[in-house]
Design a protein around this ligand. Sequence first.
Ligand code: BG6
Length: 520
Amino acid sequence: MTENQNSSRFEKDAGNYRFCDARAVGQLEPCTIVIFGASGDLTSRKLLPALFRMYCAGGLPHPVTVVGCARSRMDNDKFRRYLKESAKQETDFDDHLWQEFAAHLHYFALNYDETSFRQLADHLRELDIVTGTGGNRLFHLAVPPSLYGTIGGLLGGAGLNRENIEGSGWARIVVEKPFGRDLVSAVQLDESLRRHFHEKQIFRIDHYLAKDTVQNVLMLRFANAVFEPLWNRNFIDHVGIIAAESLGIGKRAGYYEESGVIRDMFQNHMLQLLALTAMEPPSQFEAERVRDEKVKVLRSIRPFSLKPDDNLVLGQYGEGIVDGNAVTGYRREEGVDPQSLTPTFALMRLFVDNWRWKGVPFYLVSGKRLKSKVTSIVIQFREVPHTLFQNILAARIIANRLELWIYPEEGIRLSFQAKDPGPRLCLQTRTMDFNYRDNFAGPGFDPYAKMLLDAMAGNQMLFWRQDAVEASWELLTPILHDCEVCRGRATLLHPYPAGSWGPEGASAWVERIIGSGAEK
Ligand code: BG6
């Protein structure tokens, strides 16, 4: 059964009711996607495979053109051959579909100067005429952030920032994190983009927000009546948010040495997960209203310093065993300073000082080379106020717990106490599980594809707004400053063996937060 109600689609499928946003279906305008940094890793590993998958699934606008730009000299054929190799590795490759898709791929070699960008503007106009893409352009900056300002300025100089003037359609610019390395640089970066683009034209990517399970946090909270009344300091003891990784830094030493775990994971993904968990319900599910509520959370986080330092534990991995393989310590990774004080692990205790959350600790944990890759949000409820079973059972009853699994399992687990069958009175913790894998057929949707689709649709919901970027840096810049310039800096950094759950003192916390997730 299908029926349209306002803009939603209502379906009954095998006894389950389903509402879908009808606007999402087939309404993308034709456009040209211009990728700067087209010969780089991000383009070949993430962007192009995502576009190809979308093409195969019929999800790209029609017509669509992809123009790769970089300094390397190559022609369209060489560019297509180069991308074909990574598409083979990253996707369920189909040669016939690739041939069709590759016809939409173009390459434009440029220098980051005015002449090149004037030529690019001419080239894009010609392509518009040939392909019928209507002057709509998405500029994706898959380049180091040091080039964002330059490219923004050159696009502006060539008139490529203009919207709906002289045959142009819309113009949007997509940037990847890091959005600066502290508050000052984040503001400067934004100013350099805002000289030529309005906020509504800028799309700041955080791929965590595009994960289905992360988007589902708001659905779980606000599309169900049973959770929200309990979602506060009266019923919740603490919240744990973990993004543990078993991988090391791979070949990214140059970036990671400058960044460390706080800039790499906390300023962006971890604080977004916290904001989704803690935010108030917006009056409507609409980009600005949702982002308004999230920024309010970030502004309510209590500023903290390293003293007392139990609000922050920093660590760095040494050698160890991960998945049965011996791995090297951080300081011996290729390109890393052998004396490096860059943290690869952090446990942060944050408080959101508002009516709903006053006094509830939020434990945020992320680290490289931990025992396994686990991403989840854990809501630990308080114990029952009075244990009426205390005469026959233990004095304490294990409290309820709600786990939102993001990786490796994608789903939800609610734990509760239940009587064991039989004549003896025994209580045991049982769980109710929902797993996306068991309930939905087919592969999950690639977060990069979702981000690209939303940027093409002009939907800002899953992108960072600048005020939130600044609020997050306002919180973290003093801590980073303390960590990086304080005397005795080395003593702040606790070593942990690769393959463990982090430094001593933190690992017990991590295991507590992960709970059942640790078994995965
Ligand atoms: C990136 C970080 O943003 O997120 C990486 O730069 C990290 O260091 C990655 O490995 C984790 O993403 P995911 O989706 O694999 O959890």
